[in-house]
Design a protein around this ligand. Sequence first.
Ligand SMILES: [Zn+2]
Ligand SMILES: [Zn+2]
Length: 678
Amino acid sequence: MNDNNQNNSEMKIIDAILSDTAKPASGRTRTGSRRGRGRALRPNPPSVSENQAEVQGEAKAAAAESAEQQPAKAPARRQTARRAKPRTAAAETAAVSSETAAKPVRNAKNASQKGRRGGKTAKKLPTVRIIPLGGLNEIGKNITAYECGNDILIVDCGMGFPDADMLGVDIVIPDFSWLEKNVERIRGMVITHGHEDHIGSIPYFLKRLGTDIPIYSAALTIGLIEGKLKEHGLLSKAKLNVVKSRDVVKLGCMSVEFIHVNHSIPDAMAVAITTPAGLIIQTGDFKVDYTPIEGGPIDIARFAELGQQGVLCLLADSTNAERAGFSESERQVGFAFENLFAQAGDRRIIIATFSSNIHRIQQIINMAARTGRKVAVSGRSMVNVVAKAIELGYLNAPKDILIDIDNIGRYPSNRLVICTTGSQGEPLSALSRMAAGEHRKVSVTANDYIIISATPIPGNEKHVTRVINDLLKLGAEVIYKSMYEVHVSGHACQGDLKMMLSVTKPKFFIPVHGEYKHLRAHSQIARDMGVAPDHILIADIGQVIELDAENMRQAGTVEAGRVFVDGYGVGDVGSIVLRDRQHLAQDGLIIVVVTIESESGAVVAGPDIVSRGFVYVRESEALMEEARLLVKRVLDDCQDKHIREWSALKISIKDQLSSFIYKKTKRGPMILPIIMEI
Ligand SMILES: [Zn+2]
Ligand SMILES: [Zn+2]
């Protein structure tokens, strides 16, 4: 369908409705921000292959782990983020809703005129469009656009992890094409929390669409974004704004209120978006923790208040929608640590966990303080996050308890805790290097008591098992199973999801943040809670979902998908390159080099055959010689038949050689003929 026409007509309607309230922020002009402007810095390639949702939130922290071979850097001096003007939430929400409510007549009249022109007689209500560009039917790269009239706002801008078959791909980012086409209408981006699947693509987004798009989030999240932007050389240009829970930011005709939720990283927030069509809540990643380590319980009161006022649509985290019961409090982990620290006795304690799980690190520090141990942090991402969290006041460490990893030799084993990355067995992480005996500072011995404080993400079990085996071989005691039992997820289970649905009472429901099975499970929960089946939509990325006060409908699609980042290259690795890489990885390569005389077509040098990743040549000399003779025969044949066309020669060589190789070896290497003429 024609998006533009529809957009235009809607724009007019909404402009009319909101003529005095919804002026776009300013007539911003943009310099060309086409692809290729500026160079992408190589990201820290994640080593976690993440196909599963299980502990999605926590998993994201693992993204930066593999960069640990680089020396730990001191945290960047924090650029002061401008604080968004907080208004009182209630006042703002009331103001917006009264503005929209005050003009229903004008609205209906206007809309019905438009409606007639469009051949319809039904009156047209103000509409808002939700356009998920990532995070549905997949894990990672969460990004959702909200389009209303002439305004677009974006919630989250995450990255995804490459699947095993995406060879050489470092990270996966969303396709920004649609946003790029509509860049003039983007009023801002709001970020729910600091996990990679919510912030990881921001540098790529800003490079592609321009750094003048303002970003709003809580202090820690902004701090983590700053670190990212600094690596990409974008920090000085970005417009970062710190908000706190219940602040409201007006973005065009929509306004966004931030609502505190619990998650496996501090400062997670849901967003409540007031639009002319109604109020939409997107929970972001959340769980319910009545006794969190920091930040207080989820702001249920505010969700309930909004539920009272009327929620048009709820988009909620589906990660744990298959899990019955309620999510456990992070505090449970603290009780487990208490026992484990006692069991460790005089041994050195090494604990591996996700670097962004600051609450868990806080509990480790607390236990260390109580047992008179010092804490050393190992792993670049953890060093960075801990420094940032202390700087911003999210992590409280008693004076002198944190020591540099270089100084661990100065303390006896019973006075030490080493807090490390690598809980997922990521090959380059600090724990993996300790297990392999390759860590420069830490040698594991029988005097070590090692706790892996994270559940392996499905797909990572093999890595984790290998690391555990290696650590056990070094004589250490490794606690993993009992930790799995108390490892608490950062995502709401069924009971919590029901709570969210029951307090917000949404008219429409869209499960988000999950694979199809999670979205299905979540939609069943909503049905069980009494949401009408036709008011629930399992959407897909690129789908345009149009809502007004009465209806939810699918309104076409926009360009969406995934873009691969490989080194400096963003989007230059496509399906053809990947297919070649897979081919090369699976079957190797044979290069045929031959020089022919251009006049006669006679072979004057070669053919020579070079192979890589196919067979070990020294043990297959006979085969390679046979192949060489075959190519020679093919070329002689061509000469006899007066075939001089390069492409014809190449095709003949390829065809004959590949069927020969297949007959002999049942393998299909890539064959690359190189013909030189003299
Ligand atoms: Zn997430
Ligand atoms: Zn998360």
